[in-house]
Write a protein that binds this ligand. Sequence first.
Ligand SMILES: O=C(O)CCC(=O)C(=O)O
Length: 417
Amino acid sequence: MRVLSEQDRTFWEENGYLVLENAVPAPNLQAVIDAVWTFLGRSPDNPEDWYGDPLLSGGMVNMHHHQALWDNRQTPRIHQAFADIWGTEKLWVSYDRANMNPPYGPKWDNKGFIHWDLDSTVRPIPFKVQGVLYLSDTAEDQGGFQCVPGFHRRLEAWADTQPVDRPPAWPDTTGMQVKSIAGKAGDLVIWHSALPHGNGMNRSQRPRMAQYITMHPEDLRGTLKGWQPGSEADRAGRVRGWQEAPYQLALAQALGVPEGYVEQWLRRTRANDLVRVNVEAPLERYQDRPIYRTRLNGQVRYLRIDSVKPIDEQTLEAQRAYAVAEGLPIASAVEQRATEAIRQIPAPHFTPRLSAAQLAALPDLVAQGPQAFGLGAGLWDAKGIVQLLENQFGFNFDRQPAKLTELGKKLVGAERW
Ligand SMILES: O=C(O)CCC(=O)C(=O)O
């Protein structure tokens, strides 16, 4: 049964976004809000405490697999809205994160941002959609979703007026009418990815709380440049991602820290998996956007500031995964840095499952790398460390993944449509 009305469709065609009201049952909203605060290890009742690690720029919360997130992802009404847009019910759901954008101030300088999650120089512009679920009522000045309505119809004509070597994902917003979309708790905003978009400066006293959810046809893999056929390995990887998610929480409980700290620690480990890349020009900070401009093989290239670091005029260090995804020529790997971040285990916030002696022994075990314990040749991940703890200290952790409905199993790819 369709959930988008004719008016919704007309609005969508015209503006490139729409609002689906009451997208999920009301109790689901508070469940995600609670989960976000727990993940961050912070309290909604203490505004002084809303800032700092592990909150990421733009208020991003890298929480992906909590049951509360899954309960929303497998809501039939949301699935049907995306099915109406794509013209097929055979969809896969994204494993997107959450957002807590606190009030702007001395501890938080999110003035808002505008970008694309596609390469706006590719023709034809790929058809992609994205979505954000408002977890609480969000006023226009509260740092919620913002976009340039109708821009999906004008992007190509606008691009013809811009420098050919403009950054493909970061528009110059001069002359654009950016609109902040207020919403009620339970509204799902769905937008066409050709709209320049982001979230805004929060000028209110309340945090903005949201969950990102989008869907796309199964067996497709999205890249910045568009879609390509997914492989059986992609599908299996999605299922593994869902199945292995509980290891991160198990590790947090072992260490006695909020899950967000473990996620941050593992992310830093991956980020410290660095390689060297040679470029032809010094990296220059590009305007006020989080990108560098350089040249590679005679072409202007824009590189994300948070993924690369200049070493000298013609050398940079890049995260290995980023360098591979961007097709950067890897000159050499910097293996010895990979385990540095893993030593940064934060002090326990609550009673850890590991004893003080086990906690003290952990960094030295981890420093030996997973290979030393027959746990694979890559970097440590949550699963590897939990297996290490089980083997070394005889623990038995709960690793039940989020429960899926029949619809949810198809949206994950664990069952075929
Ligand atoms: O926080 C928002 O509403 C926008 C997030 C965003 O820009 C994105 O998901 O690409």
